[in-house]
Design a protein around this ligand. Structure first.
Ligand SMILES: [Zn+2]
Length: 403
């Protein structure tokens, strides 16, 4: 069954069950009346009604997958200034991270195997199942695994996948953990809580009081207006290097704690990367071939141009959706982009260039050259990268904006 056929089936199923007014036109009062009407239903009627709604919801979900797949295929998320489908589904459509994660992956899988849509619509597969199963589907017979996973819970599906493709034993790991946790001395305390000032110690919790859900450990937790707690597990090597760094800094900053040492190291690395990627902080050189005309002959973007673009765009993707005025603003994998593609005579001129994330740089290149030409370029570049030294490969990567 093709994606179009599957989508049409779903439309018929959903169309007769849900009208937009059913879900969008209800006012607060109408919702309140509905709640009061539910009180008049018998238990059996209530359960029947619930089952009907869940069934309709599943059918709608399958339709959402079809739409998401088509939006990604047309790259409408990029046009709307979102660097990824995840950003589009969370920020534009309002899904949570996990909802977006499942839907985007399920939509991609359904585009390849449209039978997934029917299985989602009739409840044989939930979205997490589709996301987990997708990488394991065999192109010749994807239905075999999908059928085997029908009506299974997430845990059962993980077991099914593990049975079919066992993973090697986890490597043995020896980790020294405090048990019970001793009161840390000044140095150890730095490892547990890295902040610009010593964080206040929380009052002891009563034993019977349930512990609140723990936030993800990798995310800095705010302690105050300008202080955060950052917790992570460090290797012995890192602990040793930090101790050495503090010793080296001791003549300059006596009593320097680990937070300060890390900040100094981060400052240094940040400056190095800004200089390497965008020539920020590099000393201007006088080049004998420094005219704009001669610059256009090489793909290397001059340092002063890189500096100017970065100073103007501020280390954020500057792609803007012309219809809404929304700016992407991603700070990931930033690259320089020529408004007129370099291959078509675009000059290394800051006024004719922008800082784009990789997704939007590729998006504008595809718009300029077409998807087919871009696929050829990427394949060619991948061949070059595997045949050349790593340094050359990095160089090719940094020149993605040649388009
Ligand atoms: Zn972007």
């Amino acid at each position: 069954m093709s994606l179009e056929d599957a989508s049409e089936n779903l439309s018929r199923r959903v169309g007769c069950a849900i009208k937009p007014s059913d879900i969008m036109g209800l006012t607060f009062k109408e919702n309140a009346r509905m709640i009061s009407r539910l009180a008049d239903l018998s238990d059996a009627q209530l359960v029947d009604s619930l089952k009907g709604l869940v069934a309709r919801g599943r059918a709608v979900t399958a339709q959402v997958l079809v739409h998401l797949a088509e939006v990604e295929h047309r790259q409408l998320h990029l046009a709307a200034a979102y660097a990824s489908m995840h950003a589009y589904t969370t920020r534009h459509l309002g899904f949570s991270d996990s909802e977006a994660y499942d839907r985007v992956h399920a939509a991609r899988a359904a585009r390849k195997v449209p039978a997934i849509l029917d299985m989602v619509a009739d409840g044989r597969l939930h979205l997490t199942a589709v996301r987990l199963l997708a990488p394991h589907l065999v192109p010749d017979d994807p239905l075999e695994l999908l059928t085997a996973a029908a009506h299974k819970t997430k845990r059962q599906i993980l077991q099914l996948l593990a049975d079919r493709a066992p993973k090697p034993d986890a490597p043995e790991r020896v980790r020294r953990l405090p048990s019970p946790r001793p009161k840390p001395d000044a140095g150890q305390q730095d490892l547990l809580a890295v902040a610009s000032a010593d964080p206040p110690q929380p009052p002891p919790q009563p034993a019977a009081r349930p512990e609140p859900p723990r936030p993800r450990p990798s995310e800095p937790q705010p302690l105050g207006a300008d202080r955060y707690q950052v917790q992570f597990t460090a290797s012995a090597a890192l602990v040793g290097k930090l101790a050495e760094l503090r010793a080296l800094l001791s003549h300059r900053e006596p009593g320097c704690n680990i937070a300060t040492a890390i900040e100094r190291a981060v400052d240094t690395l940040r400056a190095d990367l800004l200089k390497e990627r965008f020539a920020v902080g590099a000393k201007p050189k006088k080049s004998p071939t420094g005219t704009k005309k001669s610059r256009a002959r090489t793909r290397h973007v001059p340092a002063d141009v890189r500096r100017e673009v970065v100073a103007r765009d501020g280390l954020r993707c500057a792609f803007v959706d012309p219809e809404t005025g929304r700016r992407c603003g991603s700070d990931q994998r930033l690259e320089l982009e020529h408004h007129v593609p370099f291959a078509r005579g675009g000059a290394h001129d800051a006024s004719a260039m922008s800082l784009y994330c990789r997704a939007h740089n590729a998006f504008t290149a595809r718009r300029a050259f077409g998807a087919e030409q871009m696929a050829l370029c990427i394949a060619e570049r991948q061949t070059t990268s595997t045949n050349q030294a790593p340094r050359r490969a990095r160089s090719a990567d940094s020149c993605r904006n040649e388009s």
